[in-house]
Design a protein around this ligand. Structure first.
Ligand SMILES: Cc1cc2nc3c(=O)[nH]c(=O)nc-3n(C[C@H](O)[C@H](O)[C@H](O)COP(=O)(O)OP(=O)(O)OC[C@H]3O[C@@H](n4cnc5c(N)ncnc54)[C@H](O)[C@@H]3O)c2cc1C
Length: 423
């Protein structure tokens, strides 16, 4: 039953539901809760033995549930897709989300920088609230029932799982993305959507670290840089300017700034790092040319001290620039100044590979946004079919933006379902 059209003849013998939600992650549970709150009979089908596998891993098990910034500022946190998600964010904001959990007994706390976590720092407590609310609203959850096919009839959908077949007036696909497949997220939703005629874009891992070709900083793994400017280059042309926290790993680059930018980076690209902070190459070269003659007895590395370059990296950059560690400024040549200025402001690193779906926190790409109504989360081509969460072509920055997207789109999809059902 994967052709998206055929419907068995004896429909009356299968269980009938007002709505079937496919996938019990945060988007699916939230959609189910709010659809059921209007008295609808809602069935939530989950592939795993238990709901919320990925939610339990979120924030290394501490669950960075959202961010406490102004909701209007969230829109810029979803790459180029903020416009689509805006209505969802506005219909169920970060404040609404925090109130939802707080009013059900889960205290939350924003840490410095704005990330919001449960006070207990336990994802399992977030999941417990969602499951209790599902129960309260009468949502029926069936686990170990992967949805294998959805077919569309005149006025109902037929849903097949390993265990049986169900019928519903409305369907929501909330199966998440394709990263961390051990969580049950293996891209099933893309195939289900496509079988119903829904366009799906190419997908790839996002929020993922980079492996760098001929990486020179393995011995400096663990050093991190706050708000470092860096740029992404492809075929000799700059494609993005970015700023963010960067971490040296044993094989390349990570840290929130790199993870957030990874949605724009491809293997083969060059990332140029600005170790010296927000200063241009010519400015730094000019500064070195001015200060070196003023301090002829200083070692060259000393005049970099006013820039945010850790000492071990300072030494490494001198070595890479062909400058002896104990060279004094009196002997600092123009060619050496130029090489050092370039390496401190635009250090080029070729991306050998991107972390694959086993390490990527989310998936970029998914159900095409121009085929979904952003005010209802309903398919434009298939009435009664809804989407929410990561299965959509939405990926957020680190910092709680992905869970907020899952909850907000889940909520809005539930409103769309209620409208479609007239409840
Ligand atoms: C390690 C890690 C840490 C993260 N930390 C954070 C964080 O701190 N803050 C944040 O905002 N985001 C975080 N994220 C991202 C966030 O967890 C996801 O974006 C979010 O869970 C997406 O929610 P969702 O409901 O759309 O999908 P998911 O949570 O992926 O849930 C989808 C569900 O659908 C089920 N499913 C799949 N196929 C089928 C099928 N055929 N039939 C039935 N069920 C199916 C899956 O088993 C799964 O339970 C993290 C991700 C990872 C991997």
């Amino acid at each position: 039953m994967t052709d998206g059209r055929r419907i068995p003849e004896r429909v009356q013998q299968v269980e009938r539901w007002d709505s079937i939600i496919t996938g019990a992650g945060p988007a699916g549970m939230f959609c189910a809760i709010h659809a059921a709150a209007a008295g609808n009979r809602v069935l939530l089908l989950e592939k795993n033995a238990r709901p919320g596998a990925k939610l339990l891993l979120a924030g290394t098990g501490q669950c960075n549930i959202t961010h406490d910034g102004d909701i209007r500022s969230f829109v810029s946190r979803y790459g180029d897709h903020g416009k689509f998600i805006r209505p969802a964010l506005m219909s169920f904001t970060n404040t609404d989300l925090m109130n939802f959990f707080a009013s059900r007994g889960l205290s939350l706390r924003a840490e410095e920088g704005g990330k919001v976590f449960p006070l207990s720092r336990k994802s399992v407590d977030v999941l417990a609230v969602l499951l209790a609310e599902c129960e309260k609203q009468g949502v029926v959850i069936r686990c170990s029932e992967p949805v294998t096919g959805i077919a569309r009839g005149e006025d109902a959908f037929m849903v097949a799982t390993g265990a049986g077949t169900y019928c519903a007036a409305t369907i929501a696909i909330t199966t998440g993305g394709a990263s961390y497949p051990q969580c049950g997220t293996t891209g099933d939703g893309y195939r289900l959507a496509a079988s119903l005629g829904q366009p799906v874009t190419d997908t790839a891992p996002a929020l993922t670290p980079l492996t760098i070709r001929n990486y020179p900083f393995a011995s400096l793994a663990g050093i991190s840089f706050a708000a470092m400017p860096f740029s992404v280059w492809r075929d000799g042309r700059k494609v993005r300017d970015c700023t963010g926290d960067v971490l040296f790993t044993h094989t390349g680059l990570s840290g929130p700034g790199i993870l957030d930018a990874s949605r724009w980076i491809r293997a083969g690209d060059t990332v140029k790092l600005g170790f010296a902070g927000p200063v241009r190459r010519e400015e730094l070269a000019g500064d070195l040319a001015k200060r070196a003659p003023e301090n002829p007895g200083w070692w060259v590395g000393t005049i970099l001290a006013k820039y945010p370059i850790p000492e071990r990296l300072n030494r490494k950059l001198l070595e890479i620039s062909g400058i002896p560690e104990k060279l004094t400024c009196a002997h600092f040549s123009a060619a050496q100044r130029s090489a050092l200025a370039a390496n401190c402001t635009e250090f080029p690193m070729e991306v050998e590979s991107m972390g694959d779906e086993r390490v990527a926190m989310v998936t970029r790409g998914g159900v095409a946004l121009d085929s979904v109504n952003p005010k209802t989360m309903e398919s434009k081509g298939v009435p009664g079919l809804f989407f929410a969460g990561e299965v959509l072509d939405i990926d957020g920055d680190t910092g709680g933006y992905n869970l907020q997207a899952a909850f907000s789109t889940g909520y809005l999809a539930a409103q769309g379902i209620r409208k479609r059902l007239g409840t």
